[in-house]
Design a protein around this ligand. Structure first.
Ligand SMILES: C[S@@+](CC[C@H](N)C(=O)[O-])C[C@H]1O[C@@H](n2cnc3c(N)ncnc32)[C@H](O)[C@@H]1O
Length: 197
């Protein structure tokens, strides 16, 4: 999957990269009953829109992506915003090896986990469960499974719940906000919110 992303970033076909902070995230950290700023982990952070937004609200953010090209743009975004983010170039399936410290209170994933293969999903979910603080929130946007080739496979809610067994599902809401272009535009997308038990 990294090869597909590598090509897409290189040719500039990145329909997910809207520069917009999703309402699901802003309501979680700014709305009534907002989470207090703590430690956030952004999985597959891309060009850093969400990581920089959270850092601007006082979160201590670690943001991981497998590719140098989006991370370079993410660093420039943080510089422009005058915020500090710990950017990590690496595979989200290797959180332990990347030196991610235990105790994050928010994990954010918009479009990464649903594209991982089986082994990576297992490793990533296990490490996240082990590294999360009790009561930590996971906010994940994922596509439903589909048959479109060379795209992230998507994931069923039941698989998310199975892989994140130590977490409780708080809500699962359709993502109707972004007008996504490209071959996946008609595939249903869902925001999942879970809390570490
Ligand atoms: C659909 S993009 C979403 C980017 C960003 N979250 C956003 O909302 O704009 C998915 C991102 O996950 C990254 N990614 C895919 N597999 C990864 C892996 N195993 N480890 C780290 N990053 C990965 C890709 O390079 C890409 O930047």
């Amino acid at each position: 999957m990294s090869l597909a992303y590598r090509i897409m970033y290189r040719v500039g076909f990145t329909p997910w990269d809207t520069d917009r902070v999703p309402t699901e995230l802003s309501q979680l950290v700014e709305g009534p009953g907002a989470l207090p700023a703590g430690r956030a982990l952004d999985l597959g952070c891309g060009t850093g829109t969400q990581a920089v937004y959270l850092a601007g609200l006082g979160w201590r953010v670690t943001a991981i992506d497998a590719l140098t090209r989006p991370l370079k743009r993410a660093r420039a975004r943080a510089d422009r915003a005058g915020v500090r983010v710990d950017w990590i170039l690496g595979d989200v399936a290797r959180l332990w090896g990347l030196g991610v410290e235990p105790g994050f209170t928010l994990a954010f994933d918009r479009g990464c986990f649903h594209g991982l293969d089986e082994a990576r999903r297992a490793a990533c979910a296990a490490a996240m469960t082990a590294l999360a603080a009790p009561g930590a929130t996971l906010l994940m946007m994922a596509f439903a499974p589909h048959r479109i080739p060379a795209a992230p496979a998507g994931i069923e809610e039941s698989e998310i719940l199975g892989r994140f067994g130590g977490w409780q599902l708080i809500s699962a809401r359709p993502d109707t906000e972004d007008e996504i272009t490209g071959p996946l535009r008609n595939v249903p997308r869902t925001w999942y919110r879970l809390v570490r038990a």
